[in-house]
Design a protein around this ligand. Structure first.
Ligand SMILES: Nc1ncnc2c1ncn2[C@@H]1O[C@H](COP(=O)(O)OP(=O)(O)OP(=O)(O)O)[C@@H](O)[C@H]1O
Length: 462
């Protein structure tokens, strides 16, 4: 619920470093009073750090944070108009429900009558009236989390910060609590800032979703905006299931992928520009093959998903995922069709790896913290004073090895994007630079890998 359009939290150019590690990289975010904002992203993207900076448990390395117009970047947590609910309930096991909730009020030396009134009101708000004298140990996980929320709201904060508060609950309890949280948010009318890695939870609960990856904000929008108009392949993949394919924008409103040309509604990408094409599985029509088909293929698998069927269809070289209420048998030949406005075109952020390097001699360059052999560089092209050069390596020319020791350098698989006929991987090298890799091999998130690049695949641009 939005009370008005007043900004309550303003995060300006905030970065946070832990030693060499950049956990947050120039974050700008403005949160309106009464808004339910969810910070969504994979593990390690920096969402908890951002919440901790708002709460005051950590301080920003750069930038500033304002709450209700006051700069609070250096203000200690207890002086900020916020309260936090953590994933682990953090209740005092030796106190009963009432004393847990009243704890902060007692510290403030609130008169007993007022305190009792407030505790009861908070318990009512979380649907736990009559539980005040129960031991917290005797409560279920969901009930304990409600007590934790009651303890946070009893202080009447302007902002409630919630750090994966439902993560420890089982699926059924989590679904019930999601609905209750939404109701609670409406009743309380205060601002909720919610952290989760669960995209479904974010879509269900939020007025606004902030999608983060690797310390940066990727997109800010309403759940519908984020789902229907993801800004890049990362967001498209993270929010719901998508077919993400390499394509070429032939000209305005005409895109080529899977070996065919398709009408689309996008303009302004130029001619013959490489793009990412995103199509949601529910936006593809599947039918017995006919002349209407834009793509023809054979069903590889068909899984019932409760309401719809999810089918993998092999169209030439590409695997396309389709959802439909009707099942098509494995092995059957089918046609696929997609409407122009359901084809989402995204500018490719990069088309090859680009590193900053230095020429050591005519056949050696240094980048990613290593020395690599390269194809001979003409002597007149070698910069004299060790000036940096640009190194380019195609995605499919980076070789990954199972045994990290076999590589010229090592890294960790951070993000995997399936592109219909290959995987596009982001590997964080131990030099802390991303290396992007196209491969047919199957890797898992967090796999440790060796990275090798052959001399002939290193382009030195002087
Ligand atoms: N106190 C710290 N010291 C060093 N590095 C840290 C510290 N806190 C966080 N980091 C690092 O900063 C990055 C962001 O961490 P953060 O906990 O904010 O991510 P997250 O998105 O909340 O992940 P998760 O969902 O796994 O909790 C991670 O790489 C993490 O290892």
């Amino acid at each position: 619920m939005q009370n008005d359009n007043k900004t309550i939290i303003e995060i300006n150019n905030v970065s946070k470093f832990f030693g060499d590690k950049t956990a947050l990289d120039h974050i700008n975010l403005s949160i309106r009073k009464g808004e339910f904002v969810t910070i969504l992203g994979p593990s390690g993207c920096g969402k908890t750090t951002l919440l901790r900076l708002i709460a005051g448990f950590q301080t920003a390395s750069e930038g500033n944070i304002c709450i209700s117009g006051k700069e609070i970047t250096q203000t200690p947590p207890h002086r900020r108009p916020v309260n936090t609910v953590f994933q682990k309930y953090a209740l005092f096991p030796h106190l009963n429900v009432y004393d847990n909730i009243a704890f902060g009020l007692k510290l403030k030396k609130m008169p007993k009558q007022d305190m009792t009134r407030k505790v009861k009101a908070a318990l009512k708000m979380v649907g736990m009236t009559d539980y005040e004298y129960r031991d917290v140990d005797s409560l279920s996980g969901g009930q304990q989390q409600r007590v934790a929320i009651a303890r946070a709201i009893v202080n009447e904060p302007e902002v409630l910060l919630l750090d994966e508060p439902l993560a420890a609950l089982d699926l059924k309890m989590r679904k019930d609590m999601q609905m209750e949280l939404k109701e609670m948010h409406k009743r309380l009318g205060i601002t909720f800032v919610y952290v989760t890695h669960d995209q479904e939870e974010a879509l269900t609960l939020s007025d606004t979703i902030v999608v983060m990856s690797e310390g940066k904000i990727q997109q800010i929008g309403t759940p519908t905006d984020i789902y229907n108009e993801p800004i890049n392949a990362f967001v498209a993949d993270f929010i719901g299931e998508s077919n993400i394919l390499n394509g070429t924008m032939v000209k305005d409103k005409l895109v080529r992928f899977c070996g065919q040309e398709f009408e689309c509604v996008d303009e302004g990408f130029g001619e013959n520009a490489p793009v990412d094409v995103v199509i949601r599985p529910e936006d593809l029509y599947i039918f017995p093959v006919s002349d209407r088909a834009q793509l023809r293929g054979v069903v590889q698998s068909c899984i019932f998903k409760g309401v719809h069927y999810e089918m993998a269809v092999m169209c030439a070289d590409y695997e396309i995922i389709v959802q439909d209420y009707h099942a098509f048998e494995v092995g059957s030949e089918v046609g696929l069709l997609v409407k122009p406005f359901d084809i989402h075109i995204m500018k490719k952020e990069r088309t090859c790896n680009v590193f900053e390097g230095k020429v050591k001699d005519a056949t050696h360059v240094e980048f990613l913290g290593c020395e690599f052999e390269c194809a001979p560089i003409p002597s007149e092209k070698i910069p004299e004073n060790g000036q940096p050069v640009r190194i380019e390596v195609d995605f499919d020319k980076v070789i990954l090895q199972d045994d990290a020791e076999d590589g010229m350098l090592t890294g960790e698989v951070k993000f995997i994007l399936y592109k219909g006929n290959h995987y596009h991987l982001t590997v964080l090298s131990d030099w802390d630079e991303n290396v992007f890799v196209d491969t047919n091999d199957v890797w898992d998130d967090s796999d440790r890998v060796g990275i090798t690049i052959r001399p002939q695949d290193i382009r030195v641009i002087v």
